[in-house]
Design a protein around this ligand. Sequence first.
Ligand code: F0G
Length: 351
Amino acid sequence: GTGWRGIIEAYGDRIGVPDEAEVVSLHEGNTPLVPAPYLSELTGCRVLVKVEGANPTGSFKDRGMTVAMTHAKAAGMRAVICASTGNTSASAAAYATRAGMTSAVLVPQGKIAMGKLAQSVVHGARILQVRGSFDDCLELARKTAAEYPVTLVNSVNPVRLAGQKTAAFEICDALGTAPDVHCLPVGNAGNITAYWAGYSQYADEGRSDRAPAMFGFQAAGAAPLVSGEPVASPETVATAIRVGSPASWTGAVDAKNASNGLFEAITDERILDAYRLLASKEGVFVEPASASSIAGLLATSADGRLPSGSTVVCTVTGHGLKDPDTALADMVEVEPLPVDPDAVATALELS
Ligand code: F0G
């Protein structure tokens, strides 16, 4: 064998892909579940992070995209379309290339992180910037797919969510059962819906003896699930989750209620604190949206809603390199040095 060959190869019987379909894969999944000693110490819990930035295009979207693209190719489709805050479009662009299809991506102008735009450019996607929000882009993509011969690969396409369930399977397989609590960022709400479906499926099959409480965290400026109503003009530094009207609203609410979980809003300041803490204390570099799960872990630990002693998995959804601008905002500019070891020693205060 050649090792891991992607989530359809590993879990195809639990996802459902057309018989005889040619699998479109970049060997996504099998991402690290890394113990977080600093966060464990802070919270009195056993904390692990599921590092989804380790997927081929740097986010969890690849789990759904391999399934969506496998279906689209089996159906003889030639083109796919999606709306995106950046990661879905990067993934769609890569997997469409892999499938020999073309991709069109609708993104909110000026509101997607630079790394993600770069990915869509190199993979040859047709990039259409829209004067509007992600929610506007999604409505446009849905209407286009309804009227023209192109497949919508947003998570409103149910096969996407089937693929994203596999992260929950991997966690249960690694731990021997489900964690007590699962923290994750929530934007369009597909992922929390998919995780809950995955955990429920494993519990039903007797492959885990529990299902976790689902803790979903939204950015304070884009927190419709917390307030209970759509947000007309969502704003947050965590551009990936800048969503005002989540498509999987009902799925997310069901997951929260059925699991005795919660939704909480996290300010941008807290998101960025958690972003820096995860990178500087645990060595894990994620994009801002992903850090909302860590900020939420800390907030619910501090206010007592996270029982100490719990096993907690936090999904960190996308790689930090996706958004270099946010990282570099913290850089302290210093004068370049001459080529001189004494100057290096002086700069590092070694002498
Ligand atoms: N984290 C990251 C890095 C994301 O890109 C997204 C969603 C989420 C969390 C939230 O997941 O939408 O399933 O609740 N990004 C979408 C996109 C909207 O277009 O890439 P969700």
